[in-house]
Structure formats: structure tokens, C-alpha cells
Write a protein that binds this ligand. Structure first.
Ligand SMILES: C[S@@+](CC[C@H](N)C(=O)[O-])C[C@H]1O[C@@H](n2cnc3c(N)ncnc32)[C@H](O)[C@@H]1O
Length: 340
């Protein structure tokens, strides 16, 4: 039974892995970092060159951004079939190959590259070939691409997000990737946020994604468009990056003054509970427990992140379980105003 539950849990997690990013989501975000792409090698390592809008975006904008090289690789996991030969179970693996597109120039430096050109280029120029292996981002041949690239840009599988970030960090690469805000408090990600090594991008919250045709219908955040394409949206999506952006240097305007009636203390820790970011007082010197969305407004010159208040046990950063009048509260990020 335990095994069945684990498999079900894994299958559920994997369903979130097949969320395909829209062209506009990528265009809107990259527009904030244009100069940082100039002369760079971009790697999209969870991206089928024929299907991914990351690949399409960087092909169309290869010359405008002044890219040096673009590498896109896709993952094709092997099918494992179980054959029961009179109660002896044999596993048969049908080994598949991922795909790779690897270019250093396109269309003689022309700035405006059309959708039609890109489509034709992918289909007829033989520019996409097979990888030796399945295209797993941790496979040897894919890691070789990671080693030589400057910036990784993709929407990686949500279920492998922690590993994916660790892998990029291992090779000290820049990145601009899509994830779920829950990842902000993962044990390997939170310390990087706290230490100001990584931060969020511009789009934080609503994001819509194309999903495969066999996706189950849902009552919320799911629709089918007039072409029959299925869609899902997430209310807690985000871009995560270590490319500098203006947003992280903006000062959050604070308009409320400290009021002990509103800004109540936790039962079990010397910090005040802040229900909403707009309620952060400008004149409180101590520790404040604020909603996790603060991370998208966090300016390390204005605030210091002390830790988180979640289960009170997960890691050394998870300082206490937030409780007020005996009632458990939703997780909070603990901050202190550095400017007062
Ligand atoms: C959230 S989807 C996004 C796809 C594409 N990057 C996009 O945004 O449209 C994540 C993709 O990662 C691929 N993937 C899953 N496991 C992988 C692995 N170990 N290595 C590389 N890619 C993987 C999945 O096949 C899936 O297409």
C-alpha cells in the first residue's frame, strides 16, 4: 500500500512537470535583462527545440540580444516495460534519445527573424540532432553544455527544482528560471535567498501554461481554448534568478506605524505577526513575521532576513512554529528593518 501511495505521489508531482511556458512569459521577463545577454552562451536544458517557446524566443532574438551561442536540449525518458514470464518479472527498457539544437549564428545577423523562418529552420535545416543519451540535465553530455554556458534559462521540472538549482550552482552559472513559490522555502533554496545570492524576477504570482492533451480536467485554473489546447494557470509561479535586476534594489514604501493591537506578538517567539506586506510598520526595530511574498519585494539594503517561521524544525533557518493565542499561523518569513 505504501508503495502504491508513493507511486501516486510521484505521478502527481510529475504531472506538474509538463507545464509549457508561453512566449509572452519569456519575452516579458527577459526584457528586463537584455544587456546581460549580450555576447553570452544561453542554455535551455529542459527544452525540446521543436516545441519549447524558450527555444523559439532565443532563436527569434538571437541577433537582437547579441547571443554568442544557443544550446537547447530535451529529455526523452526511456519506456520501461515489465514482462511477466510465468511469475518472473523482467524489465525491458526502450532507450530513447533527447534532442539538441546548438547554434552560433542565425540568418546573417538580421535583427527581425520571423516565426515562419524559425519554423522552417527547425524543420528543414537539420539543425536539430539526437543526443547520445536521454537528455537528463544531470547526464554527462548535458553537464558538458552546462559547463560551457553563461546563462541557463528555462522552466525546469517542478519535481526536480531543488536539484536543478543545486546543479547550476555547482558550476557557478547565471540563471533565469521559472518555479513555484513553494520552492522559496526549500532547505537548499532559502539560505541562498537569505544570503542575497539569488532572488526573484518580475513576474511573481499568476502565470498560465499549456498542458498536454491527456491532462485531467479540473474545476479551477483549467481551460481548453478554441484550438483544443488545454491550459492551466498557477497563482504562485515565479521567476528565480541570480541576474541583477532593478526590482531588488527598490525600496518598499512603508506607511503604517507600529500598533500593538494590530501587530501582535507570537506566543512562542519575540516577533510581531504581519498579516499583509502593506501592514509592515516603518518604525519597528524588532523581528517581524511577514508573508512569503516579501521575497519578491526584498531589498537587502532595507531589510535583513532572519529566517523563517514554519514547522520550527525543518532546518536551522526554520526558527519556530508561528502561534498566536494558541492558534497556528501560516508560515512566515522573519525580517528586520535595517534602516531604523
Ligand atoms: C515544466 S516543463 C517545461 C518545458 C519547457 N521548458 C517549457 O517551459 O515549455 C519541464 C520539462 O522538463 C523535462 N524534464 C523532466 N525531467 C527532466 C530531466 N531529468 N532532465 C531534463 N529535462 C527534464 C520534462 O520533460 C518537461 O518537458
Amino acid at each position: 500500500m505504501a508503495n502504491k501511495n508513493t507511486n501516486l505521489h510521484k505521478a502527481k508531482k510529475k504531472r506538474f512537470d509538463e507545464f509549457y511556458t508561453t512566449y509572452e512569459t519569456i519575452e516579458d521577463e527577459v526584457s528586463h535583462y537584455r544587456e546581460q545577454f549580450n555576447g553570452k552562451i544561453v542554455l535551455c536544458n529542459c527544452d525540446n527545440p521543436f516545441k519549447s517557446n524558450f527555444c523559439k524566443f532565443f532563436l527569434k532574438n538571437f541577433n537582437k540580444l547579441g547571443l554568442k551561442r544557443l544550446i537547447c536540449t530535451s529529455y526523452e525518458p526511456s519506456d520501461t516495460i515489465q514482462i511477466d514470464l510465468f511469475t518472473s518479472i523482467y524489465e525491458c527498457s526502450n532507450r530513447k534519445h533527447g534532442k539538441i539544437l546548438d547554434i552560433t549564428e542565425i540568418k546573417n545577423g538580421e535583427l527581425n527573424i520571423s516565426d515562419e523562418f524559425v519554423e522552417n529552420y527547425l524543420q528543414t535545416s537539420g539543425v536539430v540532432r539526437e543526443l547520445e543519451g536521454d537528455g537528463d540535465f544531470k547526464s554527462k553530455e548535458c553537464v558538458e553544455n552546462l559547463k560551457i554556458c553563461d546563462i541557463v534559462v528555462t522552466n525546469p521540472p517542478f519535481s526536480l527544482f531543488n536539484d536543478f538549482v543545486l546543479e547550476i550552482r555547482k558550476y557557478q552559472k547565471n540563471f533565469l528560471i521559472i518555479g513555484n513559490q513553494n520552492a522559496l522555502t526549500y532547505k537548499d533554496i532559502f539560505p541562498l535567498i537569505q544570503n542575497g545570492e539569488i532572488w526573484t524576477g518580475y513576474q511573481f504570482g499568476e502565470m498560465k501554461f499549456r498542458v498536454p492533451s491527456d491532462s485531467e480536467p479540473r474545476s479551477t485554473r483549467y481551460w481548453v481554448d478554441e484550438t483544443g489546447q488545454k491550459w492551466r494557470s498557477l497563482g504562485n509561479a515565479m521567476w528565480l534568478t541570480n541576474l541583477d535586476n532593478e526590482r531588488r534594489h527598490e525600496t518598499l514604501k512603508l506607511i503604517k506605524s507600529f500598533n500593538p493591537e494590530i501587530h501582535v506578538k507570537y506566543d512562542n517567539y519575540d516577533a510581531i505577526h504581519i498579516r499583509n506586506i502593506t501592514e509592515i510598520p516603518f518604525d519597528y526595530q524588532g523581528i517581524m513575521g511577514v508573508p512569503i511574498t516579501i521575497i519578491n519585494r526584498y531589498n537587502s539594503e532595507q531589510f535583513e532576513i532572519i529566517g523563517e517561521a514554519n514547522h520550527g524544525s525543518d532546518s536551522k533557518y526554520d526558527i519556530f512554529k508561528p502561534i498566536i493565542n494558541g492558534k497556528e499561523q501560516f508560515k512566515r518569513i522573519l525580517i528586520r528593518n535595517k534602516t531604523i
